[in-house]
Design a protein around this ligand. Structure first.
Ligand code: UD1
Ligand code: CA
Length: 458
């Protein structure tokens, strides 16, 4: 379908969302609705996209970051008026593309299957326009598809519909395939003589039919494609539908859920068979969870790769890699750019940032490791700190294999602890420690005999 292009209508304000964002940037399952629609186009092989932005269009432009064309609709005068603003995009592509898909930026569940099958029907029937429709039980609010026999004759908006038309359960999804030449030729024929004083794109059907052109309707298999959101309640409903769908896919793949309470999983997440997911677990970004891993309860994993059989309990982990057979938690924060190798054990109240932790290293309690390269089989006592920041710059700490970091050690970076070296509990280490040495840095103990008894007497 490289020969076609798409226009996404996204000028709406989202007043009822009470959002400061343009409506299409409100998120469903951690991704803006607009992103869902863009991805459906890209998955259908539509490379040339134009987003019609209006309300807070700078924000939409910034979000797109030059990925796609933008057309501006500064006054919101209806869906056909929005398409008119993309006239130069249509002209630009009219030589190389035959058809254009028009989509609503606030209907995130439009999908590849519907887009490609609708195009097939559009071209096979030789249509100038093909509207994508769905059959639903409660058509309230949607444009109704009026048919004459089995041919579409018009789309009538809820506000203009007769009592009889209101009973029609086939509705307009707001998505259409047009022959670009046909769409360009009718752009100045829309009128706003309706109850809303808007230029309705739905009038394209009767305009084309009146000129002797061909109009068709393609009914989507999955009525979900028409769903949109005007307020936060509807947005939550979309979010729930998307989340349920993702979780069902993981059930099919053999993932075990002990409870779905508070479980939210982004649609790009991959989870291996026999992984167990506990309640309160949020997994998002491009995360990959290995087979047999146990995640949660109360865990956030954002953009991390987690190996086989690792166990994360009450952990927050971001942009990091955790290998197999690792045990982490409870109450651990793994900050970006960390690599935790296999067999590592990380216990309660540990924070790791921008560090590599070698195989089978253990840090069981109350420790901060930042900007560090830690070797294999290192043992951290309780309460160790890599002091990586002097107020101006950050420096690295290097801890070689089999080192033993005594309880309550401060390692003032930059500093290197040699292979198999020890630091004594309570030491503040400012100089490199040679391989196999013991570094002690603390005052000599001085016992004042009978001090407490003398104090009580006073
Ligand atoms: C529209 C259709 C209706 C269909 C429904 C599907 C028309 C007249 N009606 O109604 O038949 O059932 O979608 O959801 O087209 N937009 C702009 N600029 C505008 C107006 C709208 O960019 O001036 C964008 C909106 O941001 C939105 C999309 O177009 O993404 C649809 O607009 P909306 O106002 O929601 O249309 P509906 O009244 O729902
Ligand atoms: Ca000390």
């Amino acid at each position: 379908m490289g020969e076609n292009c798409a226009i996404i209508l996204a000028a709406g304000d989202g007043k009822r969302m009470k959002s400061t964002l343009p409506k299409v940037l409100n998120e469903v399952l951690f991704e803006p609705m607009l992103e869902w629609v863009i991805l459906a186009c890209e998955n259908s092989g539509l490379g040339n996209l134009c987003v019609v932005a209006g309300y807070e269009h700078e924000v939409v432009e910034r979000y797109l970051g030059g990925r796609h064309d933008i057309a501006l609709q500064l006054e919101r005068k209806g869906t056909a008026h929005a398409v008119m603003q993309a006239e130069s995009f249509l002209n630009k592509h009219s030589a190389s593309c035959d058809n254009v898909l028009i989509l609503c930026g606030d209907a995130p569940f439009m999908n590849e299957d519907t887009i490609t099958n609708a195009l097939k029907s559009h071209t096979e029937c030789g249509n100038d326009v093909t509207v994508i429709t769905a059959l639903i039980d409660d058509p309230t609010g949607y444009g109704r598809i009026v048919r004459n026999g089995d041919k579409i004759s018009a789309i009538v908006e809820q506000k203009e519909a007769s009592d009889k038309e209101l009973l029609i359960k086939e509705v307009n999804s707001g998505a259409y395939w047009f022959k670009i030449s046909a769409l360009l030729s009718i752009l100045d024929e829309f009128e706003s003589d309706n109850s809303q004083n808007e230029f309705y794109l739905t009038d394209a059907i009767s305009i084309i039919l009146n000129r002797g052109g061909n109009a068709g309707a393609f009914t989507a298999k999955d009525a979900k494609i028409i769903l949109g959101a005007n307020d936060k309640r509807a947005l939550f409903n979309l979010h729930k539908i998307a989340n349920d769908e993702v979780i069902n896919k993981h059930f099919d793949n053999g993932v075990e859920f002990l409870s779905l309470d508070g479980v939210i999983i982004g649609r790009n997440v991959k989870i291996g068979a026999n992984a167990k997911i506990h309640s309160g677990t949020i997994i998002k970004g491009d995360s990959v969870i290995g087979e047999g891993a146990v995640i949660g309860p109360n865990t956030i994993i954002d953009n991390c790769i987690i190996g086989k059989d690792s166990v994360l309990n009450s952990v927050q982990a971001y942009d990091s890699t955790i290998a197999s057979d690792v045990r982490i938690g409870p109450f651990v924060h793994i900050r970006p750019n960390s690599e935790i190798r296999s067999g590592v054990k990380i216990g309660d109240f540990v924070e790791i940032k921008n560090s590599t932790i070698g195989e089978n290293t253990s840090m069981s309690h109350l420790t901060y490791v930042g900007d560090s390269d830690v070797g294999k089989n290192v043992n951290f006592g309780c309460g160790c700190v890599t002091v990586n920041y002097d107020g101006c710059k950050k420096s690295r700490t290097i801890i070689k294999d089999r080192a033993f970091i005594g309880c309550n050690t401060n390692l003032i970076a930059p500093v290197t602890i040699g292979e198999g070296a020890y630091t004594a509990a309570g030491s503040t280490i400012t100089q490199d420690v040679p391989d196999h040495a013991l570094a002690i840095e603390r005052g000599k103990q001085n016992n004042k005999e009978g001090y407490a008894l003398r104090k009580i007497k006073k």
